[in-house]
Unconditional design. Sequence first.
Length: 257
Amino acid sequence: MLFKSPDEFVSAPRHAVTVFGMAGVGKTRLAALLRESHWFHYSADYRIGTRHMGEFITDNFKAEAMKVPFLRDLLRTDSIKLSSAITFENLAPLSTYLGRPGSKTKGGLELDEYRRWQEQHRVAEVAALQELPYFIERAHDLYEHHGVAIRRAMAAGVKVVAGTDAGGHGHPANAGELPLLVKAGMTPMQALQAATSWAAECLGWEDRIGTVEKGKLADVILVNGDPLADMALLTDPAKIALVIKDGAIAADRMSSR
């Protein structure tokens, strides 16, 4: 064991977790949970399916499409383009390519073909795992670069705001950005402003939202504790006592106490 206790792991200056397992044991689910807490996720399967076996996968798409006259004619005239839409959550392009041994009439692969594709995967998997140290350092360098950019913007008087876009880390995890902004150099109050009043100004909605004032929409949360002393309170649903949205109670854990 690298660490003798959970506390020893938590107090380590840097953290990394490697998860191995067969399909279906929950690797993707665990990785998604870690990403919600702003961990950098390196998926060996995703790297295999993009960098190391992407051409094999796309060529297989084309070979299957060529069996259909309508698609074959379009491919031969470069009228359509086939590509893999593999993601961390959807590795079907890779697993479908690798297939399984069995009768071709039932969708299986001849044993020699199956062995050949498994060997392609073995070579790709070795390469993807050998790249892991590089991606760990790359993640560290990129994340540090983001912190530097925030500090420069703040020093120049730019009001940095918190938020996400579609396809980002997801709305339920938005509060996780605030401790990171503090880590990047903001004060706890500035981090709260980045998610409230400054964000409202950025949207041009400062007359409607962003602060608790008469005439504005009542969007308020009440937490058990002082977020200025512990910003992590905002990322713990159990610490959220009351949520008011547009003046109406959206969640109330106080009444159950």
